[in-house]
Structure formats: C-alpha cells, structure tokens
Design a protein. Sequence first.
Length: 116
Amino acid sequence: MSFRDNLREAIEFAGLEQKELAYKANISLRNIENYLRENASIPAADKAVQIAQALGVTVEYLVTGIDTPAKPSVQFIHGSDNETQQLTELLKKLPKTKQRIVMKNALNLCEILKEA
C-alpha cells in the first residue's frame, strides 16, 4: 500500500476528520488533503513524524504499511503470569488492524480503571 492508503487507513482507524488531524499534527488542512490526493508525494520527514504522532502510529507504518512491534513498556507483559502470557500470544495472532483495536480499547479501559 502507498503512503496515501496507509494515511487514509490510520485516519479512519483513529476516527478523525482531516481537519482534526491537521489541528493535532499542527499541519495545514491543505497539506493533509494534498497527502491524500491521487499521486501524492510522501511528506517531508518532519511532517510525517507530526502526522504519525497525531495518529498514534509509526512513520514506518505510514510509509510501508508495516508496523514494527514496540517493546512492551510494562515489565509484567513479559509473561510473569500465565494469563498475561496467554493474552499476549492471542494478540500476536491477530491481524495488525485488529491488534490496534484491542490495544486502543485496552488503553481506554486502563484509563477508566485508573480513575475509579
């Protein structure tokens, strides 16, 4: 897939409008629209980083469509208990798009539980 296709998918997944992405990435709406046009070029590295950060994806994903797995930031994810290890293995078997959905929902749930 192209940068344009990956960008479209990431915008859709994030549930953002183009103007919302432009605001979050601190890039003009016109530039976002240009990146989504047929035969669009890949933005400069600094703009790609701003877009990726606003969408919660990597620049590598936007350019190649491949999401390199991030190292877990929480130590217990390394399988210190059986349930966590099972969950991690099940998650690895899902397609990347479904992994993102599960992770987004898990993060939202953690935020809700943290506040409770």
